[in-house]
Design a binder for this molecule. Structure first.
Ligand SMILES: Cc1cc2nc3c(=O)[nH]c(=O)nc-3n(C[C@H](O)[C@H](O)[C@H](O)COP(=O)(O)OP(=O)(O)OC[C@H]3O[C@@H](n4cnc5c(N)ncnc54)[C@H](O)[C@@H]3O)c2cc1C
Length: 392
């Protein structure tokens, strides 16, 4: 099995020399360090600190942030190149830069300069983890209906309520928590964002027994009169919801590449396997019933991957990309799941065994058909944008 790591593979994306070099470095690290640890990290239930530190040292976490925050100041296409190459080795490890980018962008833009300068370098170095706490027990799709309360008391806010389904809930050092500072009727306009230290009194955490993504883990965060200084409000009161929605346009393209990486690695392994494995006296690859589904998968994965890079290129060019980001998010995770499933089946009985990575990939990639917004919600966004365009 070989996945090209050189510049030629990306010629059609028009990657720069720097982007190709970042790609080569990340792919080497993914092959040598991440891939061998993929199963081990699942068993351990974490991406170990030493791996995160090495990712940080190579500039693979929050690479798009300016150097003052520890980043490389690269563009968003390059951040996508990194996310994709990491996920080729370990799908779950790509969550580390994903959550760093999503939360870090809110901090970089909306925290005070001192706060951002304190927190961001610790995240970008891999030393600390940050979670995004939006979803509540009463629902995630209608996030603007959230009820976790933030009440002003002197120079602080008191947080009361529950967040649920939060990635890294029991591992993260901090979370960007979205809380209601206005009335429930004010919906999105009554939501503010806070940077919360998760080790402080009044917070309890749980971990769910999930189907996959065990190295990241998901759980609930309970807040009982948790005191947060008003200086840790990110941006203006009532502006929190808009801030996170802007970030999703970036993270959805990264998620697309993260999921497709798993599909691409599985395809590469399967093309090799079907030439070695014989049935009825000839290689499996002699059967078009085997090669045609793989050829179709190659076609769709290539198209979906281009869509993700186009979305990131639009972000770099300052062009609207909400519609494209939603397309990446509903299509790529679903496609990746289907492709990995086909690859598993083409490996016959051995594909079903935990000794091969297909079963883990299948479980891991499935979660991102829900996390960060489901396909239905993405299609609502695409339809809204299309209807808007048709009215112009
Ligand atoms: C792996 C994973 C990681 C996650 N990580 C995080 C995280 O880090 N932080 C965080 O805050 N949340 C996280 N989540 C939560 C996730 O964002 C929510 O689960 C998701 O937004 C859906 O919300 P829900 O589960 O409450 O489903 P609901 O909102 O209850 O929806 C249930 C079903 O109904 C459908 N539906 C809802 N409304 C409509 C509609 N109007 N039209 C058509 N269909 C509709 C949905 O698509 C879904 O299929 C994660 C979830 C998973 C699985």
């Amino acid at each position: 099995m070989s996945l090209a790591t050189g510049a030629h593979e990306f010629a059609f994306f028009g990657l720069t020399e720097q982007q190709a070099s970042v790609r080569a470095t990340t792919a080497r690290f993914a092959a040598e360090v991440l891939a061998p640890a993929y199963k081990r990290n699942e068993m351990a239930g974490e991406i170990p600190l030493d791996i995160r530190r090495r990712m940080g040292a190579l500039g693979l976490i929050g690479a798009e942030f300016p150097e003052v925050y520890g980043g490389l100041g690269v563009d968003h296409v390059t951040a996508g190149v990194i996310a994709e190459a990491i996920a080729e080795g370990d799908f779950n490890a790509a969550y580390v830069p994903l959550l760093a980018s999503l939360n870090g962008a809110i901090l970089a833009r909306h925290a005070s300069p001192d706060l951002a300068a304190d927190i961001l370098p610790q995240i970008v170095s891999g030393e600390k983890l940050i979670a995004l706490a939006l979803t509540e027990p009463n629902g995630g799709s209608d996030a603007a209906a959230l009820v976790l309360k933030a009440t002003r008391e002197g120079d602080d806010y008191l947080l009361d309520g529950e967040k649920t389904s939060i990635s890294l809930a029991d591992q993260a050092d901090w979370a960007v928590v979205f809380a209601r500072t206005g009335t429930v009727e004010s919906r999105a306009h009554g939501i503010s964002a806070f940077l919360v230290d998760l080790d402080q009194p009044g917070i309890t955490r749980t971990r769910f027994a999930d189907l996959g993504q065990h190295a990241i883990g998901r759980g609930s965060l309970f807040f009982d009169r948790v005191r947060v200084p008003a200086t840790r409000m990110l941006g203006k009161e009532g502006a929190g919801f808009v801030q996170v929605m802007q970030g999703f346009d970036f993270s959805r393209a990264l998620i697309g590449l993260q999921c497709l990486a798993v599909a691409r690695v599985s395809l590469a392994e399967t093309w090799a396997y079907i030439q070695e494995r014989k049935a009825f006296g000839k290689p499996l690859s002699d059967n078009q019933g085997i090669t045609f589904p793989l050829a179709e998968a190659e076609t769709m994965v290539t198209a979906a991957r281009l869509l993700c890079y186009r979305t990131l290129a639009a972000k770099d060019a300052g062009l609207p990309h909400t519609r494209e980001a939603a397309m990446c998010k509903w299509w790529a995770p679903k496609l990746a799941f289907e492709v990995v499933q086909s690859c598993l089946l083409m490996h016959g009985h051995s594909g079903w065994c935990v000794d091969l990575p297909f079963e883990q990939r299948l479980r891991d990639v499935l979660g991102l058909q829900i996390g960060d917004g489901t396909a239905q919600i993405m299609k609502l966004i695409i339809a809204r944008e299309a209807l808007k365009a048709a009215r112009r």
